[in-house]
Design a binder for this molecule. Structure first.
Ligand SMILES: Cc1ncc(COP(=O)(O)O)c(C=O)c1O
Length: 317
């Protein structure tokens, strides 16, 4: 994967106020730094055609997931979903510019409250909320991704709930992706403890079989239920008349697939063109993947009025 140049916006929202981004710092005693007890989101704001400005894609769904993730770690968010939404729009406005932007809300365990004994825990620990943005365009090569099936199994939900986007879990993803890089690949596909497919390092996975049927691992398969995954399931039904089976996907199905693609806020809709150095079908992005990617791009850029409710415009300054 190649990342486009990243510009640093001026402002962040930290501990209840807008501050200059380069002044935000955290004490080395920050609990989440030690124990991975933070939750986060990745959200994109897209430039719409002409002078229409930025609009955030599925903002509410992301903030609601943040709230649920926070609940899993007993983090009480200082803001409601509505208030966070206002803060996101305000920060985008303050940072200005009309280029595609990535939004990163982060809520994390900060410090032991008076009387709380030292140690790993969730109760008796204060929490803090920080919101940053960064300019970021599409970063996945449209010709597709080379993936490696990781030797690291996806952390199961019986260990850490996969439906929550918890910072500590991502050590697992980082190990998997680094192993993939070392093998000359772009991303890792992770199996669960049962040997079935779960997801990629930062995205969900769809498999199109030789019979044209589409499948993706169910929410019970230790995946993060992606907002892009839900979006794509809806687009495949409404725009292509194609149902998606949410069912266990075996490792062998990857070898026999006609198309494989990943979905996520960061990767958007990306073709997987090889797995463990074996081409997926022809080794080129499949027809359905390319058409779906085009529809997705039109939707997120506000060119499909039928999906306008998924976009929250950033009000002008
Ligand atoms: C592990 C993992 N799975 C799936 C996804 C895709 O989720 P979404 O489509 O909500 O971005 C992400 C990205 O957030 C992720 O980190």
């Amino acid at each position: 994967m190649t990342t486009t140049a990243v510009a640093s916006p001026r402002f962040a929202f930290h501990n209840g106020e807008f501050v200059r981004a380069d002044t935000v710092g955290l004490p080395v005693s920050t609990q989440a730094l030690h124990y991975g007890t933070g939750v986060f989101e990745g959200i994109r704001a897209y430039a719409r055609e002409g002078t229409a400005g930025l609009a955030v894609f599925r903002l509410r769904e992301h903030l609601e997931r943040l709230e649920r993730s926070a609940g899993a770690l007993r983090i009480r968010l200082p803001l409601t979903v509505d208030d966070m939404s206002d803060v996101v729009l305000d920060l985008l406005r303050r940072n200005g510019g009309d280029g595609d932007t990535y939004i990163r809300p982060l809520a994390y365990k900060l410090a032991l409250e008076p009387g709380t004994p030292f140690g790993v825990r969730l109760s008796g620990v204060s929490a803090q909320f920080t919101l940053t943005t960064v300019r970021m365009g599409s970063y996945v090569r449209s010709e597709g991704l080379a993936c490696k099936v990781s030797t690291f199994r996806r952390v199961p939900s019986v260990s850490i709930p996969s439906t929550a986007k918890i910072t500590g879990t991502y050590a697992n993803n980082a190990l998997a992706v680094e192993e993939a890089y070392a093998d000359g690949c772009d991303d890792a596909l992770m199996l669960g403890l049962d040997g079935n497919l779960t997801e990629a390092s930062t995205s969900n996975v769809f498999v199109v079989g030789r019979d044209g049927r589409i499948a993706t691992p169910p929410v019970t398969a230790d995946i993060l239920p992606g907002i892009t995954r839900a979006t794509v399931i809806e687009l495949l039904a409404r725009e292509f008349g194609l149902p998606v089976a949410e069912r266990p996907v075996g490792r062998a199905e990857l070898d026999d697939a006609q198309e494989v693609f990943t979905t996520g806020t960061g990767v958007e809709v990306s073709a997987v063109t090889s797995i463990d150095h074996r081409p997926v079908s022809t080794g080129r992005a499949g027809d359905l993947t390319r058409r779906l990617r085009d529809v997705y791009t039109e939707v997120v850029r506000g060119r499909r009025p039928a999906y306008a409710t998924w976009l929250t415009p950033v009000p002008p300054r």
